[in-house]
Write a protein that binds this ligand. Structure first.
Ligand code: SF4
Ligand code: SF4
Length: 70
């Protein structure tokens, strides 16, 4: 039996370091990341496609792309 590993790439924000600048929100093509209550960015996992755009543009470099099991 073949074992198919189903993984998905997701953005993860270190919320303790987020400056809530909103840059990630502006560059995300899927509207999958948003600043929550003006405090920190949150990723909507169902929408995120792991494209890394937010991670590249975040001025604080606090967004990591992780592989997670579906
Ligand atoms: S990885 Fe891409 S889709 Fe996911 S939150 Fe960042 S910019 Fe949006
Ligand atoms: S770009 Fe970085 S610092 Fe700015 S809101 Fe997004 S995660 Fe926070």
């Amino acid at each position: 039996m073949s074992e198919e590993k189903r993984t998905k790439r997701l953005a993860r924000v270190d919320q303790t370091l987020c400056a809530a600048c909103g840059v990630c929100m502006k560059v995300c093509p899927k509207k999958a990341i948003a600043v929550y209550k003006g405090l920190y960015a949150r990723v909507e996992e169902a929408l995120c496609i792991g494209c890394k755009k937010c991670a590249k543009e975040c001025p604080a470099s606090i967004i990591m792309i992780q592989e997670v099991d579906r």
